[in-house]
Write a protein that binds this ligand. Sequence first.
Ligand SMILES: Cc1ncc(COP(=O)(O)O)c(C=O)c1O
Length: 421
Amino acid sequence: MNKRTFLKQMAALSITALPGMEAFARLLHQGRALPPAALASEEEFWAEMRANFHLQSEYINLENGYYCLMPKPLLEEYLDQVRKINLEASYYLRNRMEIDRLVTRQTLAEATGVDRSELIVTRNTTESLDLVISGIKWQAGDEAIMARQDYGAMLHQFRLMEERHGIKRKIIDLPHHPQSDAELVALYEQQITDKTRLIMVCHLVNITGQVLPVRQICDMAHRHGVAVMVDGAHSFAHLNFKIPDLGCDYFGTSLHKWLSAPLGSGLLWVKKDKIPGLTPLFAEREMPANDILRLNHMGTIPIHAHLAIPRALEWHQAIGSARKLERLRYLKRYWTEALQDHPNIEIYTPWEEQRYGAIANVGIKGYEPANMAQELLEDYGIWTVAIDMEGLKGCRITPHLYTTTQELDQLVAALLLMAKA
Ligand SMILES: Cc1ncc(COP(=O)(O)O)c(C=O)c1O
């Protein structure tokens, strides 16, 4: 490893130094004049922010929960990386790739407040969390606690462990409108027995937008000697935190969600003392048990996606976590509060500020979610996603930094018309 090259690569990272970014730098400079909460409703500022994105005009995109498209400068940088690697081919892969991977890991480690030796870049949250779920050396009878509102693929991975190793899954039901953090912590705690080995907690529940009190859940679990794995698919680069703030043992996220990194990028963080306890999915070669790279062998990887991650972090940090979160929460409040008292409309997302981010879920009495989503798209040009499960029948609405309040006015008008019908 060439340390000088590594340090040079690290020093070269500055999004506002990219060609054509003078206007963005000026905009951010203006933004810093106001505290984040005041900036959240400065529509002129956010209209200029919107100009940084390529947007189609066919529909209003309120389904940013699946994938957050890349802003223009990141997209251009990414395309340059694709071209560069296509040109240099195996010469790049053999000579330069490892330094670049290290730079990406280091920038992610710094941004998340952890040590690089505990972090790997993966393709997504699924890969990160499934590496943990299937990597633990389960014994028959071991128990794992999770919630019905957790992501389906992770719930099914635990089911696979049940079939393969005879573990027991204990599934709690999260209330849409909890009374307190203590109520949520108690739901997990009541399921703990002397067989419990792991709790999975979703930091920001994708189907309702509810933010869970992860720190309190982790502290409670650790008092019982139980480890906690956090599904951070929607929380990273959305909520304002560093991984150590959560007090968890494992954390996985997708960088193509709120960080706006290219599709197919994610991270896994594993607390140092937990690394030796995980068995890799794919074997590479003999490596020390405490080396997290043991878990990271996936064969030849789409390295250009990894190369765009440091720039995506720069972009995110230039805006600032607090400013981003305040704006996203403002947008959530903007449309949900307009519908709050309607007798035919149900908002499945909490109202207390610490319990939500950008995402909320809305249902209309008498509407099947699929029909609601279809009508929103076909009759009103609004793209959302239907969520249909017991006790939750609505559409998930996910604005992003480029969403305007006029677009949300259109959403509110459409929902009011539909709720009257
Ligand atoms: C809560 C949650 N966990 C995990 C995932 C899986 O993410 P990915 O498909 O990027 O692996 C998602 C995807 O939307 C999610 O919302």
